[in-house]
Design a protein around this ligand. Sequence first.
Ligand SMILES: Nc1ncnc2c1ncn2[C@@H]1O[C@H](COP(=O)(O)OP(=O)(O)OP(=O)(O)O)[C@@H](O)[C@H]1O
Ligand SMILES: [Mg+2]
Length: 558
Amino acid sequence: MERVNILLVDDQPAKLLSYETVLKDLGENLIKASSASEAFAQLLKHDVAVLLIDVVMPELDGFELAKMIRSHPRFERTAIIFVSAFALTDFDRLKGYEHGAVDYIPVPVVPDILRAKVRVFAELYRKTKQLEDLNAELEQRVEARTSELAEANADLERRVEERTRERETALAQVHEMQKIESLGQLTGGVAHDFNNLLTAIIGNLELLSSRIPSGPDTGRLLDGAIRAAERGASLTKRMLAFARRQELNPETVDVVELIEGMAEMLDRSLGPTISIATEFQPDLVPVRTDRSQLELALLNLALNSRDAMPQGGRVGVSVVREKVEFSTQYLGAGDYICIKVHDTGVGMDEATVRRATEPFFTTKGVGRGTGLGLSIVQGLAQQSGGGLRISSQLNAGTTVELWLPVADAAAAGQSGTRSPSPPREERRMHVLLVDDDALVSASTEAMLRDLGHEVVVASSGALALDVVRASNTLDIVVSDYLMPGMNGAELADHIRKVRPALPILIVTGYSDTLSSDKRALTVLAKPYRRQDLASAIAKLVPQKIAANVVPLGTARRS
Ligand SMILES: Nc1ncnc2c1ncn2[C@@H]1O[C@H](COP(=O)(O)OP(=O)(O)OP(=O)(O)O)[C@@H](O)[C@H]1O
Ligand SMILES: [Mg+2]
């Protein structure tokens, strides 16, 4: 137990001594003062718990002393007990309390009472002090805890912010992909419908040109119409390439040979003010990609360079082999051939570089750019398993890198998958033509008849199946792919169950849908010309001729 200080104030030493004797047993610190000034001096020196004051003193009366002590903030709560032999009326007591006393003890003092009263206030002081200490410690702990919490909170906020940023970036990427995806769907849809129309237009024009007696202008007019329709076809091809619905025809391509083969075309497209230089690392290996799409991509890059150099300049095309050790967001680890197209043109600022591959983003005037060029190049790179990288600065030229994966050895062996079909003898065949679009159907029917075949037409898969079941003279089925109810691939499945040997040719504008359920189908892309149709049928029918030849040979022997 910590001792507290008790200050005894009386001008008579005998009385001080008697208080001291009475209070000694409390075990507290007793301090004595025989005048008001001495009392003040002691108060300033010690923390005093209880003050025992004689009311009547010669120098200053106890009430005045108490008042002065109370007015000091440090002693606001010090317990003051008056002791008095005189001034014992109720009025005096009241005055004492008004001056801040907590008790008023008459003389002669009953020792036990004095001791008990002082003990109560000493104890109260000690308890209050303990409480205050406890409170201070608590406050300190609360403060420490609060700052810990504030730190944890700040950390949490930082992490939430980080996550939010990550999420936002991811969301933005998803949005971008969705945007491109829906643009692709839209473009693909439009291109598909156009392909159907162009199939009918080109087909009918071709038939017309062989039938109309040639007048002075007829040939020229028909030719013009066919050429315009073919330009339309190449536009839809571009749109489909963008929409990534154009099935790539991956093959092993020797990039150097391809670029050398394009030299004249590139020269012509770049014009006389632009020089072109090529540089190939020796012993390059081939890549695996679509040959004609790659040509188109390089042409796109060259045309961009031309547009960036209206006053002329230089284009450099270099090809090197690169190894990527670690996968990144843009490129997986592996072996690549990197085609760099560099120009000395106006370059791009950072924002343009960032948006350059966005579909339909162009800085060229109306009618001068569609903004599809780079997005097609990027589509080709990504579909081939590679990537596209653009580095450019304003007025410091541009370098576009097209990364394509090296063809693996197994694939490299089977190059030239596109061997032209051998010419063959025309043979009159029974063809079942399936198409839900009357316009396209009529034009293909006319083409087939023009080729000398007999044609049965069905406008749906179900009707076609009825024909297949009822007839056994059919030589081949030519069917559209995208039809309501049953698509071309499903129809082919059903037909195979009934007539496994009957050849089936699928014509389609959407080859992407096909690649998922190709089931070894032969496909002809729309729009096609008479000759394309003839050779596609020819590729399928040799099996049929062979089937016919065998029994013939057996017949001869028997
Ligand atoms: N070599 C280059 N130098 C400077 N800017 C370029 C270069 N290549 C592309 N760009 C910028 O990127 C934009 C997009 O190019 P992209 O090839 O996709 O479309 P485009 O050339 O405008 O139109 P399109 O190729 O369809 O005719 C261009 O409009 C141009 O601002
Ligand atoms: Mg372009």
